[in-house]
Ligand binder design. Structure first.
Ligand SMILES: Cc1cc2nc3c(=O)[nH]c(=O)nc-3n(C[C@H](O)[C@H](O)[C@H](O)COP(=O)(O)O)c2cc1C
Length: 335
């Protein structure tokens, strides 16, 4: 059995699996490793100063081999026109969009010959995405790690989105961390899996080693959906591992933004030198100094299925083999 799909054909992959953007954890080395191992990664541009996007992306292109061996991700909570232009100018040809109004960005990216992904909140947005001519739709289940766009768990949202956008290939995200999850997504009609949390816990990701270890150690009861880490992105639900910032806020009676414990306190410093304030949206990265554990430790319920930090190549080969085996034995209980 081969797990080749319309996704693997279009992006020239060996595995029907792609890696979500992971904040500063999506380094050129990580995306390069994904490209070499037959997968595909995305880099979030939101935190990059516009003037640096083009030059920064040239480092990614060198690591991945070309501008279509990795993708750029834009969260449209602010005008991202200049970042999109800089990315296209740098030679990037795969773009992922979410929130806001993606339509003008889809048109611009398609005009430049790019492959476009749109993360939808549910079937209604999927119909719009199909009408705008996107290449792939991403259905994100509510189980996901990081910021939550999907309106329902994956088991429901995935078939609903597929039905709403006939003819447009749909990827599944949220709660997938092993081959059984990939098999289930394919069985529900997805063309591939988009995973975030599983990729945090890889040797090559640029996420903080403490974050990787907590993903390995966390069980379902350690994960919470909250809007707590709102500096830079207010009122946006996200799933994290409960940490000291979360526990102290809870112990204080869950006060609203403006009167939370330690608000305005610096927990570290960005590479550019600016302070990182408690409750900021940026997750900790490999070389972050300071109170890395106090930042948002994004993780999905999929953390409960992850029990080791692995090299990317080994993990992808294992998960694809598990998915093939799961699909072959999927009728095992039918008499
Ligand atoms: C550390 C981390 C950072 C993320 N950052 C982004 C982002 O910048 N843009 C985006 O579209 N999704 C982002 N996501 C969400 C993922 O795209 C994806 O929907 C999610 O990870 C899927 O659930 P899973 O973590 O259970 O695999 C992030 C997820 C994690 C874990």
């Amino acid at each position: 059995m081969s797990l080749q799909t319309i996704l693997t054909n279009k992006l020239r992959l060996r595995h029907p699996i792609v890696a979500a953007p992971l904040g500063r954890g999506s380094t050129p080395e990580f995306l390069g490793a994904l490209a070499r191992e037959g997968s595909f990664g995305f880099v979030a541009l939101g935190h990059m100063p516009v003037a640096e996007v083009r030059q920064t992306l040239s480092g990614y292109i060198a690591a991945a081999g070309s501008g279509d061996r990795f993708g750029v991700n834009l969260v449209l909570i602010a005008d991202q026109t200049r970042r999109l232009e800089a990315a296209l100018d740098a030679g990037c040809r795969v773009v992922s969009l979410l929130r806001g109004d993606p339509a003008p960005y889809v048109r611009r990216a398609k005009d430049a010959g790019a492959t476009v992904f749109w993360t939808v909140s549910g079937p209604e947005e999927a119909r719009r995405a199909a009408g705008e001519g996107v290449d792939f739709i991403l259905a994100q289940g509510r189980e996901a790690g990081g910021h939550l766009t999907g309106e329902a768990p994956l088991m429901t949202i995935l078939p609903a989105v597929i039905d709403a956008a006939p003819g447009v290939p749909v990827l599944a995200a949220g709660g997938i961390a092993d081959g059984r999850g990939v098999a289930a997504a394919l069985a529900l009609g997805a063309c591939g899996a988009w995973m975030g949390t599983r990729f945090i816990a890889t040797n090559e990701s640029g996420c903080h080693p403490g974050h990787k270890q907590l993903v390995v150690e966390s069980g379902l009861s350690d994960l919470v959906e909250t809007t707590l880490f709102d500096v830079g992105w207010p009122n946006s639900p996200h799933r994290v591992i409960a940490n000291s910032t979360y526990e102290n806020w809870k112990a204080a009676g869950c006060p609203p933004t403006g009167s939370r414990p330690g608000e305005g306190e610096a927990i570290g410093t960005f590479p550019e030198g600016a302070p990182i304030f408690r409750y900021h949206v940026s997750p900790p990265w490999e070389t972050m100094e300071g109170e890395w554990e106090a930042g948002p430790l994004y993780a999905g319920t999929s953390a409960a299925l992850i029990n080791k930090v692995e090299p990317v190549g080994q993990m992808l080969t294992r998960i694809t083999a598990e998915a093939e085996a799961a699909l072959q034995r999927s009728t095992g209980y039918i008499c």
